[in-house]
Structure formats: structure tokens, C-alpha cells
Design a protein around this ligand. Structure first.
Ligand code: MN
Length: 400
């Protein structure tokens, strides 16, 4: 059986870290999300699992809700059942429930809700209604009976939990495997920590590898952690994080997307990560020692970056000129639309500064004073400020 598993789409996220590209980014994420029904058909998956944080917040705007309903209707039309659990960003609470609005589309059912259509699985008759042409939003704080659908590759049983610490502290302990043939899958939004003393706060479910091991299933579809983590990384439980669907800020570098999972009863799952196709964030460390000026640094960076990348550049080394990170970012933005530059260079140690410090001039005095302040700094923050002050002063003096 093949499953398409995604999480942490964060529809509606501001993407403000992308600067001038933010609006673009929001559109691209929505477009990639809209393409998923076709992607699911192309990959010939039997079902789709969405493991929380589909929305960035508990009150998505009308456009996003309409787009989501449209996507879900297309899954239903394509006969691909969809299972969703809320995450910590789009949690179902007494006051806010983004999924109540989503469930206004036909054949979308939200559990534990007095919606127009009752949850179809409460009784014998209802259970017969559970079929492929539907979307199931598992919104209860504890595991119950799985939702069972008949797929081309046999029965699929999905168990889900919507974490609510006020209702159920330890939802994993409520898991009971149904005695039925087929593939059994657990769907949850949780951070997995292996240190037993680790304690979560707020509305996030925290568990450990041992906790996951208690789930007697063929696959555990997780959400929450924004980096892809394959089952091998768990060393035991058949779990995987797909990671964020698309980079949401400039720390989320590398391939982002979803996973396609091959699951068979009693066998370890085989997980393949698939890129969602958005422009990636590329993280690059560049040693600027030897560069003659800001433009040369920008050009050296550009040579190492693909044009489609959105760069986050960390500068190291000892430049022989008063480097201006903003000027380098401005240069890179022309080519990449947006760029973030972190300056970790050590100008104060450069040979050029040694030379300037020897001089009996205002600049020479400035360098000696600046270096003395850097040397006397009481902590890292103080040192950063002193280094920045020397650099700004030298630039103002035109000491190239
Ligand atoms: Mn998330």
C-alpha cells in the first residue's frame, strides 16, 4: 500500500523572513498544496495523511479555507481518502476550530463536532459509510476505533489523535489495536524526544521513541518537526517526519516536501522523500579572506549558488577591508530576489588592520582604540558591538 504523508504546510504563514519574496512564497506554497491531488494520482497512492499544522493559525482566512475545501473535494473526486489530525498551530479548541469550516465541504467529516454531517463512524450503519470517497479529520484527544477504508491494496486502518493536554495527558496510552487484517497506521502531531526528563509545555504532545514503540502499527505518520526524518533515524518505531512542506523561513534549507510511503503489514515501511518543487533556501558558508571588497564577496557567493536558491550566507574569515554585510545582501538580492547575510568575520584580526594600527594617524588611533575595546569586552555580545563599532568607524573614515 502506498501512502502520501505530509505535515506542517502552515498555510497562511507570513513568510516574512523572505523579505520581498514573501508574497510570492505564500502564493507558491498554496499552489504546491493545490497540486497535491494530481501528485497523489501520479504517485498512485491509496490514501493521504496530513499530520498537523496544515494551517499556520487557528483562524485561516476565507480564501485559504475555500482553497482547502477545493483541494479536499478534488481528492474525494479522485477517490483518494484523506486523513487529517490538527497540530499545535491549528488545534481544535472550544472557541476556535478551523476544521469546522473545512468540513462544510461535502464528504469532509470532522470527528467530535456537531457539524451538519455527523461523524459517520459512530455505529454499525455509520461504519459502512467509511469509504474511500471522503476526508476524515480525527479531532479527538485520545485514540479510539480506527477509521477503516477499503483500498485497492486491502484494508487501511487509521488511528489519530488531536492533542489536548487538558483532556488527556497521555494519549499514546489510549491506543488499542483493532483486531483486523490490513495496514494499521497512527497519525499524530508530536515532538519525539529521547531524553526521559524532557518535558513539553503548552499544547504540544511530547513523546519518546519508547512512547512510539507502544503503538502497535505498521507506520507512524508524524508531524511537528520541520526536518525530514526517515524511519532509520528512529531506530525502532516505524515512524517518519516528512518535515515542512516548504521552507517557511531562511533556517529551513534544503529539500522540502512530503514522503511517499510503501507499507505492508508486519514489514518496515519504505519512505521516499519528494521535493514539493519550491525554490529552496540554500545555506552557504563563505570564507572572505582574500576577497578585495563587498562586490567580490557577492560574486564569490553567487558562483557557489544555483540561481533558483534563496541564499542565507554566513561569512567567515578575516577580510582585509571593512566588510558591509548589508551591501553584500543588496548585491545578492538582485540575482536571487532575497538574500540573508550573517557576518561572522573577524576584521579586527586582519593583517590590513595590523598595518593601519602602526600608523600615526587618526585612522591608526581608531584601530588601536577599537582593538582595545574588543579586547576588553566582557562577553560575546559586548565584543560584537565593539567589532561593529570599529568597522562602522573605519568605513566612515574611508579607510579601505
Ligand atoms: Mn509546524
Amino acid at each position: 500500500m502506498r501512502l502520501l504523508h505530509l505535515a506542517d504546510v502552515h498555510l497562511g504563514a507570513s513568510c516574512s523572513a523572505f523579505g520581498a519574496l514573501a508574497a510570492n512564497r505564500r502564493r507558491a506554497i498554496l499552489e504546491a498544496f493545490r497540486s497535491l491531488p494530481d501528485v497523489a494520482v501520479d504517485h498512485r497512492v491509496d490514501a493521504v495523511l496530513i499530520a498537523g499544522d496544515l494551517f499556520d493559525g487557528p483562524a485561516p482566512d476565507g480564501d485559504l479555507l475555500a482553497a482547502t475545501r477545493d483541494v479536499l473535494r478534488r481528492f474525494v473526486d479522485a477517490c483518494v481518502p484523506v486523513f487529517i489530525v490538527p497540530g499545535n498551530h491549528d488545534a481544535v479548541t472550544l472557541r476556535l476550530n478551523p476544521y469546522r469550516e473545512v468540513a462544510r465541504a461535502g464528504r469532509v467529516f470532522v470527528q467530535g463536532e456537531a457539524a451538519d454531517r455527523r461523524w459517520p463512524l459512530e455505529d454499525e450503519e455509520g461504519r459502512r459509510l467509511a469509504e474511500k470517497h471522503a476526508v476524515y479529520i480525527l479531532a479527538r484527544p485520545a485514540f479510539g476505533e480506527p477509521v477503516t477504508v477499503e483500498t485497492d491494496d486491502g484494508p487501511l486502518h487509521v488511528y489519530g489523535v488531536a492533542y489536548d493536554g487538558a483532556e488527556c495527558r497521555d494519549p499514546l496510552s489510549t491506543f488499542r489495536r483493532a483486531d483486523a487484517p490490513g495496514v494499521h497506521v497512527a497519525l499524530l502531531h508530536a515532538s519525539v524526544h529521547d531524553a526521559p526528563h524532557w518535558r513539553g509545555t503548552g499544547n504540544a504532545l511530547v513523546t519518546t521513541g519508547d512512547g512510539l514503540n507502544r503503538l502497535d502499527v505498521d507506520y507512524i505518520a508524524l508531524g511537528d518537526y520541520h526536518r525530514h526524518r526517515p524511519p532509520e533515524a528512529f531506530g525502532g518505531p516505524p515512524a517518519s517526519y516528512p518535515g515542512s512542506f516548504a521552507a517557511l523561513d531562511l533556517t529551513e534549507h534544503g529539500a522540502r516536501g512530503f514522503v511517499v510511503v510503501e507499507v505492508s503489514p508486519g514489514r518496515p515501511p519504505v519512505v521516499e522523500h519528494v521535493d514539493a518543487g519550491l525554490r529552496p533556501v540554500a545555506s552557504l558558508e563563505l570564507d572572505v579572506t582574500g576577497c578585495i571588497d563587498d562586490i567580490a564577496v557577492a560574486e564569490a557567493a553567487a558562483r557557489s549558488l544555483s540561481r533558483s536558491a534563496i541564499p542565507t550566507l554566513r561569512l567567515v574569515g578575516e577580510p582585509a577591508f571593512p566588510l558591509d554585510a548589508d551591501a553584500i545582501a543588496t548585491e545578492l538580492r538582485q540575482r536571487h530576489g532575497h538574500a540573508h547575510v550573517v557576518d561572522e568575520t573577524r576584521y579586527y584580526a586582519a593583517a590590513r588592520l595590523d598595518e593601519l594600527a602602526e600608523r600615526d594617524t587618526v585612522v591608526g588611533h581608531l584601530v588601536r582604540l577599537g582593538r582595545a575595546r574588543i579586547a576588553a569586552a566582557s562577553d560575546d555580545e559586548d565584543r560584537d558591538v565593539a567589532q561593529m563599532a570599529l568597522r562602522v568607524a573605519l568605513r566612515a573614515m574611508g579607510a579601505e
